[in-house]
Design a protein around this ligand. Structure first.
Ligand code: 13P
Length: 349
């Protein structure tokens, strides 16, 4: 199956009332883990690469690996997504490579660190939409700023510093025509999101629900959505790691989000934890081993387990065969003739 438009994948998820995990990749083993989990659970899937991942793996290696995944798994719809594009040029280069979706994170300036103004964000995001849609490529924008730093990208600080304002979310969606909207509700990238199990004072599900009420048909995106489960932390620490006690986003809060318009859920850290724990275990228990396959295989299996669990929890499991992919050229026509709506439905306050 060719790579699928993320817009189609999210539209289908909205019809089915489920969410789709977007899992970050840097190498072959992570791609294989995601595909094995998708196959096991019969899930459509979003594979995403940050700028850091593209630099680490080199664009062509990574993209050819995704193409191999699509060729080897003809029954699984896969969207290939640029995570946190920092500029028009980054998004353009992903589109030229063949990515079927890009995130223009205009919430930060091009340095990927300094929060931008609302007008700057609207302008650069709209420019990406104008370039992407005629090519059939999906665009995710971000309004509000996430906490933390991932792969050198992020404003740092707490997730509470720049919570999304629902009125701005409406104006942003109207003025940019994005297909999916990432919002800031108190989450942050990385393992250290919360110092205790989060409640409404730090994880603003009320803001998410308020945005969904105003934009009932807009596909919302939750970033920084690893759950950072204690069992994964424990494996790392048991085998010589030094993680401090920490909490992520509880799965039941993500499921509440899915009932309120969340269609894409970004997960990276949980997989990093699973991989690191598995490798540490082999190193600690079998220090005589030196064949990378001896630790990369368990690492891949550990990641597959986490991804398959999330696919089931997000509800995408079982939906891989629900639809046939619409060719990207047809998606482009849909944007052009208005059958793929980009003007959001806005409900009164
Ligand atoms: P986590 O660090 O919570 O996995 O978030 C990943 C993410 O949002 C990628 O954009």
């Amino acid at each position: 199956m060719p790579l699928v438009s993320m817009r189609q994948l999210l539209d289908e998820a909205a019809k089915g009332g489920y969410g789709v995990g977007a899992f970050n990749v840097n190498d072959m083993e992570q791609i294989q883990a995601i595909m094995a989990a998708a196959k096991e659970t019969k899930s459509p899937v979003i594979v995403q690469a940050s700028r850091g991942a593209r630099a680490f793996a080199e664009d062509l290696y990574l993209f050819k690996l995704i193409q191999a995944a699509a060729e080897l798994n003809p029954d699984i719809p896969i969207a290939m997504h640029q995570d946190h594009g920092n500029s028009f040029e980054t998004c353009k280069s992903a589109i030229e490579l063949g990515y079927t979706s890009v995130m223009m994170d205009g919430s930060l300036k091009t340095d990927g660190k300094t929060p931008s103004t609302f007008e700057e964000n609207v302008e650069v995001t709209r420019r990406v939409v104008e370039y992407a849609h005629p090519r059939g490529v999906t665009v995710e924008g971000e309004i509000g700023v996430l906490g933390g730093v991932e792969d050198g990208h992020g404003a740092g600080g707490s997730g509470l510093d720049h919570i999304t304002d629902p009125d701005q979310a409406v104006e942003f969606a109207e003025r940019t025509g994005v297909d999916a909207l990432a919002i800031a509700i108190g989450t942050s990238h990385g393992a250290y999101k919360f110092t205790k199990k989060p409640d409404g004072s730090v994880l603003k599900m009320d803001v998410l629900i308020a945005i969904h009420k105003r934009l009932p048909n807009t596909h919302l995106v939750m970033h920084g959505s690893s759950s950072v489960p204690k069992d994964l932390q424990d494996v790392i620490n048991q085998y010589g790691g030094k993680l401090k006690e920490t909490w992520g986003v509880p799965v039941e809060e993500i499921q509440l989000g899915i009932r309120n318009g969340v269609r894409k859920i970004n997960v990276d850290t949980d997989n990093r934890l699973a991989i690191t724990g598995a490798i540490r275990k082999v190193f600690a228990e079998s220090p005589e081993k030196f064949d990378p396959r001896d630790y990369l295989k368990p690492a891949r299996e550990a990641m597959q387990k986490v991804v398959a669990l999330r696919m089931t929890q997000f509800g995408q499991a079982g939906h891989a065969g629900d639809y046939s992919p619409i060719p990207i050229t047809e998606i482009a026509k849909g944007y052009a003739d208005g059958s793929l709506v980009t003007r959001p439905l806005v409900a009164a306050k």
